[in-house]
Design a protein around this ligand. Structure first.
Ligand code: DHB
Length: 499
């Protein structure tokens, strides 16, 4: 027995010795534990890597199913190689630490030569059984973000020991995972998270990142219900069928949004102040730009969804080198039979929004803080802000007041704090925060999981703070992520090529 303990201690001390001159943290990394592997890409390319798995990124592990990370180092990577850090959070649920996947951005990142770090993350559904046999929910807000921050700190802590440059971490996520990526980008080093991270036994390091890739981020949850009704209220009597009670809720929520929108003081790139009066024109511009780009690439934009086109007939390059079928030269260039000209000139927004809704029916109001309001059940977000006993709770005063019938009810301070810590909009202009310099944000032009102003406001606020933001409403994309990876990885490369 004694011999066993001595041996075990020897192992621990030798592993700690590798952590070397950093005695303050107990997190460990052993560079000799790498295991060779390979992934076969869809184009037939085989990418060989060394994997370091089960890297626990905190010392006080509460949930061993999730609180570790797997790191994949492709052959040829060195200390200066950027680190791509995807998360697989969806629906605010827990995500296991996965292996690289040839079919998504993780595999592509590896094939591009980047180190890939995939942390597990606790979520609203993660549970452990405690010593008394009771279920404890381990991942209620803001735990998912804390795990990801701890993972970033871990990478920085072992930056010298592990291939890859922890000053070049690029995060990636979709939907709730896109929100996590946005939070990582927006909240770097903010002291409000410090106590929690210390308690978890995260490494005592910075947690800012270089760049954030966010696909359809489901974020700004405390204003998302109002945004949804403000934008989509125009469809209530057309494509959406609400009870009288729901219609009333929709109207009340919609009326709250202008004050919030105006309080943001957002500006367009040309300096124009965005207000609730001109905001829909801004949205129209973004949607028209999206459709125009798709059209330029050859997509057909249906006539029926609200766009207007310049009158000029569209020029179509002559086929057969301009010859007629019988071999004689064409008399004149062939022209499109359609009335669509080259340019999109206008958009009937209401018509377009009704089209979006016809593709995927809307959520009923309130779209996010739905529990107990107008006959709605609890949403994933109601669980996200619940406690370790597995409760689901209202997290906005409006829904709490509606669900309790008490017009003075206020969300309690634990929940208020969690909501604040989970909203990147609160940190982009905050002091003592290192916001990522580079952002790639995509939201599908037919994605109705949250209203367009949510990602637009995020992108615009970042732009207004001088950040480098590549933002698009991606044409014809529903709620989804990891698409147009050529474009995304070209963007990443362009950042790294900058001096
Ligand atoms: C996700 C989708 C939602 O509609 C939502 O409210 C929260 C999360 C998701 O896909 O992650």
């Amino acid at each position: 027995m004694k011999k066993y303990i001595v041996t075990a201690l020897a192992v621990v001390s030798s592993v700690c010795a590798i952590a070397g001159e950093k005695p303050t943290s107990g997190v460990m990394f052993d560079a000799s534990k790498g295991v060779a592997g390979s992934v076969s890409m869809p184009n037939g390319k085989i990418v060989n890597y060394t994997a370091y798995t089960k890297l626990y990124y905190v010392t006080n592990v509460e949930d061993s199913t999730y609180q570790y990370m797997n790191v994949f180092v492709p052959d040829g990577a060195d200390q200066s190689t950027p680190i791509f850090m995807p998360n697989y959070v969806g629906g605010y649920m827990a995500a296991k630490p996965q292996s690289v996947n040839a079919g998504d951005a993780s595999g592509r990142a590896l094939a591009e030569g980047y180190v890939v770090a995939i942390p597990g993350v606790r979520g609203r559904n993660s549970v452990v059984t405690n010593a008394d046999g009771e279920s404890v929910y381990t991942g209620r807000a803001p735990k998912a973000l804390l795990d990801l921050k701890a993972a970033v700190r871990y990478l920085r802590h072992f930056d010298k020991e592990m291939p890859g440059d922890a000053e070049k971490i690029i995060t990636n996520g979709t939907s709730a995972g896109g929100a996590m990526s946005a939070l990582l980008g927006a909240t770097g080093n903010n002291p409000v998270y410090e106590e929690y991270l210390k308690e978890m036994g995260a490494a005592n390091e910075r947690d800012d990142i270089f760049a954030a890739v966010c696909f359809c981020p489901i974020t700004d949850l405390d204003h998302a219900d109002a945004a949804y009704e403000w934008l989509y209220g125009c469809t209530n009597n057309v494509t959406r069928h609400l009870s009288d009670e729901q219609a009333e809720v929709s109207k009340e929520l919609a009326s709250q949004y202008p004050a919030y929108l105006n309080s943001l003081n957002l500006k367009k790139a040309d300096g124009t102040l965005l207000t609730s009066d001109n905001y829909l024109d801004y949205l129209k511009e973004l949607l028209m730009k999206s459709a125009q780009e798709a059209k330029d690439y050859g997509a057909t934009i249906p006539d029926s969804i609200g766009f207007a086109f310049s009158g000029m007939p569209q020029f179509i390059a002559p086929v057969n080198g301009g010859m007629r079928g019988d071999g004689r030269p064409a008399l004149r260039p062939e022209r499109s039979a359609k009335s669509q000209g080259e340019y999109i000139t206008d958009l009937d927004l209401e018509r377009y929004l009704n089209y979006v809704v016809s593709m995927t029916p809307l959520k009923t109001p309130p779209a996010f803080d739905s529990k107990g309001v107008a006959g709605n059940n609890a949403s994933g977000e109601n669980e996200e802000f619940g406690d370790e006993n597995g409760s689901s709770v209202n997290f906005t005063d409006y829904s709490l007041q509606k669900s309790t019938g008490n017009e003075d009810a206020q969300v309690d301070s634990r929940i208020k704090t969690a909501v604040k810590l989970m909203n990147p909009m609160n940190f982009i202009s905050a002091p003592n925060t290192t916001v990522a310099q580079h952002w790639y944000i995509r939201h599908g032009a037919i994605d109705r999981d949250t209203a367009f102003p949510v990602p637009i406001n995020l992108a615009t606020k970042l732009q207004n703070e001088g950040k480098d933001v590549n933002f698009k409403l991606a044409w014809n994309r529903p709620h989804s992520g990891d698409y147009a990876l050529n474009e995304m990885f070209e963007w990443i490369k362009s950042l790294l090529d900058k001096p």
